[in-house]
Design a protein around this ligand. Sequence first.
Ligand SMILES: *[C@@H]1O[C@H](CO)[C@@H](O)[C@H](O)[C@H]1NC(C)=O
Ligand SMILES: *[C@@H]1O[C@H](CO)[C@@H](O)[C@H](O)[C@H]1NC(C)=O
Length: 374
Amino acid sequence: MQVLIIIFCVASCWAFPRFDEVAEVCIPTECNITNDCRCCSTDNPVSDADDPAPQLIAITLSQFLTQEVYDIIKPLFFDRSNPDGKPRGFTFYVSHEHTNYTLVQDLYLRGFEIGDNSITRDAGQAYWKLATLQDLREEFGGQRTIISTFANIPKEDIVGVRTPQLQLGGDTSIQAYIDSGLTYDNSWPTTTTNRVLPYTLDYASTQQCVTPIRCPEESHPHFWIAPISSIIGADGRECNSLATCDVRGTADDIAAWLIEQVDIVRKGNRAPLILRVHVYWFEFIDNSFEGFSKFLEQASELKDVFFVSVQDVLAWIHNPVPLSQYTTPLHDDRHAGCLPINCQYLNEYGDERWMGSCVPCPPNYPWKGNPLGE
Ligand SMILES: *[C@@H]1O[C@H](CO)[C@@H](O)[C@H](O)[C@H]1NC(C)=O
Ligand SMILES: *[C@@H]1O[C@H](CO)[C@@H](O)[C@H](O)[C@H]1NC(C)=O
């Protein structure tokens, strides 16, 4: 195989200048955490049965942030602590339309992770599939600029991205992320039978590529994939969003189902669990809000379970300590100024459109191709 590749390359490398970027099979001795590299694998770097890895859980949202959304998530995520007494974390991948950036700054200052979910959050799957590198740079690089400008938070702290409807566009998406200064993706679901831990794209991924997404095939050194964890939902079906898992019942039933899903992983390879939550889950499935709250409450009895952000999951994998040495990362050193203002615009149909901002209103509503609203 290698010989074939070399022969092919000698014959045709000038014609395909990117050919040498096709990722090779990962070799753990070449790819290790000391050089910010990790092979795609289900191996947990901590494998001591007496002192295992902490069971990390990252709850993630990916949508716009309005006052209404903020009021829903507040009782779920604020003022809850991990077994070490430190505050729990979570990750919010923010899309642009309807978002109130003063609230984005509020979440950031509370120590939560703010990530990027594009500007348009276009509902068409084809849009993301057919998007060019330039489109994707404008979507993700643009949203990173919008968040840092109007929430007035440092760009360096916005490093994670989730693509709308999980529509990864293969290497083009990853290249657009890298060009936009993003360092990890959280859009690619695992299967429950192959719970891979976060890894880099230096070498070829062995994570199952479930259609209809397009998975990256080239090498993207030091770019991280934090896989979304699939779990078992209603009727034993695999699912990767608590809403689409479609488990119904009393609040106790929903809480018990989630505790069971955590137990499966705790007793397995203890891969970090990265779960997707949507606010619409609470609207469409009875008892889901109370059930999810109960789950968050009951999980605090599990002394090896820590709720953190995806960024914190990646920090642990860079320094994979066992449970006895693990402490929740603190993000209490964040500072940002805000002079809150409501900016008013009209959309293309002449309807009012508002944007809460921490800095003076730009003349135009920020959008793809014009993130600063100039
Ligand atoms: C880590 O990878 C580098 C090469 O990239 C290698 O020189 C080093 O020996 C590796 N370390 C381990 C512990 O395998
Ligand atoms: C944004 O949130 C702030 C803080 O709650 C609020 O005062 C402001 O009215 C909101 N702006 C908009 C446009 O909803």
